[in-house]
Design a protein around this ligand. Structure first.
Ligand code: AMP
Length: 190
């Protein structure tokens, strides 16, 4: 299996690039943010719980997120591989993902980390709000929170994959096509 963690701060382009990578490599795209939003739309219990955190720009608790991700992975255990988008966001999630993939007889192939500086992220998120309809994109205070949570809780997950020699940094500035090309080159060099 080819299992990719597509990593980066909010607004780095993970969703956009995931769509391109799943097509080229035939992978299953698992975006925890998308799954939470689908649950919010469906007014499920999980959706209600997730919303209370997402509206503030905070992380949904690990246990809830890990259980949900686990169920999604098990639905597709026979696929060619996964793109994990927006997961793992904590060290505990990274450890749980490793364990889950061991159960399936596989592992993470690589973490591709899109690097974009903060001012550019804020700009992109506010612009995205116009068409994403996401409340957490429209409010500069929530954006600040999401970036702060990323810096404090999520960025350290890089070291988890660095210590396994699976970390590749990708310049996330440029056109969508340029960034796709960088990602493709990194994957094809594995
Ligand atoms: P995203 O669509 O990846 O920007 O995620 C939107 C929001 O969903 C985040 O700000 C969190 O509140 C929540 N979320 C998504 N993925 C995770 C995760 N792996 N762990 C905890 N919360 C998450």
């Amino acid at each position: 299996m080819l299992n990719i963690v597509l990593f980066g701060p909010p607004g780095a382009g993970k969703g956009t690039q995931s769509e391109r990578l799943i097509e080229k490599y035939g992978l299953v795209h698992l975006s925890t943010g998308d799954i939470f939003r689908a649950n919010i739309k469906g007014e499920t219990e999980l959706g209600n719980l997730a919303k209370s955190y997402m509206d503030k720009g905070l992380l949904v608790p690990d246990e809830v997120t890990i259980n949900m991700l686990r169920a999604e992975v098990l639905k597709h255990s026979a696929c060619k591989g996964f793109i994990f988008d927006g997961f793992p966001r904590t060290q505990a999630q990274a450890a749980a993902l490793d364990q889950l993939l061991i159960e399936l007889g596989t592992s993470i192939s690589v973490m591709l980390a899109l690097e974009v500086e903060e001012e550019e992220l804020k700009d992109r998120l506010l612009k995205r709000a116009a068409f994403s309809g996401r409340a957490d994109d429209a409010d500069p205070k929530i954006i600040e929170n999401r970036i702060a949570v990323y810096n404090q809780e999520t960025a350290p997950v890089k070291s988890f994959y660095m210590s396994q020699n699976k970390f590749i940094s990708i310049d996330g500035l440029g056109t969508i096509d340029e960034i796709t090309l960088r990602l493709n080159q990194a994957i094809d060099s594995l």
